[in-house]
Design a protein around this ligand. Structure first.
Ligand SMILES: *Cc1c(COP(=O)(O)O)cnc(C)c1O
Length: 362
């Protein structure tokens, strides 16, 4: 099955709800990942990650980062983040995150649960980004035993508001965390979008910039299931396999988690997917800013567009079949593009948005 065909066919019925912009996890599996899955579905293979597909996928991730990292494949991002953070913390430690971070707002307390109580300490900052100053302020204002001891800073790349930390910004956080004896974790659910946006090699804004552990997103990049936990500092991965198993995150038929990564990584499919999503978001934003009554309210640096759209215009778009969230990340519409979004779909949405906003103003 070709996922591109699937996404087009699914919308031929004009009255069906269209989830194209609701999230980047409403898209299907990209054809390259699907083909690798099919190829992996031949014969008997050793289980629990001892197979050649898992080896190949891990080696491809190491090659991607040009680093001999330790790799684990888990089912989803909540598990990747919370198990990675738990491996960095004792129960009396704390994790510094942005107040809009997925770990804070969308993981149902999993980071606290899996770490047996490590507290998340949230800070604010423009564009859902954490500044080095806010980290040092938070760490240095208390050092007594009554306060949970800061141990990790976690940043999201690209962020929950569709912005991207520059290489320099990650480096500055790398420096401040090393100075303060903290680890630096990166939630890379949209890692590919960040890489496509920055246009630099992945190593430049990960281990070289001071990132110790990365949750490298697969699902939003074109897989059906799966994220990779990448330990650049292998000493932090002690017993991580046991954490995965205990948390129900060890796939017995691991080849089905691993093989799609091979399809995604070989031939730079991952980067093309990320770039396509970003390009579509840029086109969408460029179209939206031309409409009366509509305001794009965040810089569009990755694959998200945050826009203020009047209620009646949103309702008209919904009536025309488009579904998107109006409460995620900020109190306005969030429009996400994915590997599967096309300029044609963007233009169809823009035409409907233009019609809806013209009739609102009339
Ligand atoms: C989607 C996403 C995740 C992963 O979410 P799961 O539903 O647990 O797979 C993690 N972080 C961010 C920023 C995300 O957008």
């Amino acid at each position: 099955m070709d996922a591109r065909t699937f996404s087009t066919n699914s919308v031929t019925n004009a009255t069906a709800t269209r989830y194209d912009f609701a999230s980047d996890n409403t898209a299907g599996i990209c054809p390259e990942a699907w083909r690798a899955m099919e190829e992996a579905n031949r014969g008997a293979l050793v289980s629990y990650g001892e197979d050649a597909w898992t080896q190949r996928a891990s080696d491809l991730i190491r090659a991607l980062f040009n680093y001999d990292a330790e790799i684990y494949f888990v089912f989803n991002g909540t598990a990747a983040n919370s198990l990675a953070l738990a491996s960095l913390c004792q129960s009396y430690h704390s994790v510094i995150c942005h107040e809009r971070a997925h770990v804070e707002t969308d993981e149902c307390g999993a980071p606290e649960f899996f770490s047996n109580g490590s507290k998340l300490l949230s800070v604010n900052g423009e564009g859902a980004k954490i500044s080095p100053e806010s980290v040092s302020r938070l760490v240095l204002h208390r050092s007594d035993i009554h306060y949970p001891k800061p141990r990790v800073v976690t940043i999201t790349q690209s962020t929950e508001l569709g912005t991207v930390y520059s290489v320099g910004e990650v480096r500055a956080l790398g420096e401040v965390t090393k100075e303060l004896d903290l680890a630096l974790h990166m939630d890379g659910a949209r890692f590919a979008n960040a890489a496509a946006s920055l246009g630099v090699a992945p190593e430049e804004f990960t281990w070289k910039a001071g990132v110790d552990v990365l949750c490298r997103g697969g699902t939003k990049n074109g897989l059906g299931v799966g994220e990779a936990v990448v330990f650049f500092d292998r000493s932090l991965a002690t017993d991580f396999a046991y954490r995965c198993k205990q948390a129900g995150q060890l796939a017995s038929k691991m080849r089905y988690l691993a093989a799609p990564w091979v399809g995604l990584l070989e031939g730079h499919t991952w980067l093309r997917n990320g770039r396509n999503a970003n390009d579509c978001a840029r086109r969408l934003a460029e179209g939206l800013v031309k409409l009366p009554h509509v305001r794009v309210v965040q810089p569009v640096e990755a694959n998200a567009v945050f826009a203020e759209i009047p209620g009646p215009v949103t309702q008209e778009l919904r009536r025309r079949g488009w579904y998107f969230y109006t409460f995620i990340g900020a109190s306005c519409a969030r429009l996400m593009c994915s590997w599967a979004t096309t300029y044609a779909i963007v233009d169809e949405f823009l035409a409907d948005a233009a019609a809806a906003s013209a009739s609102y103003g009339a």
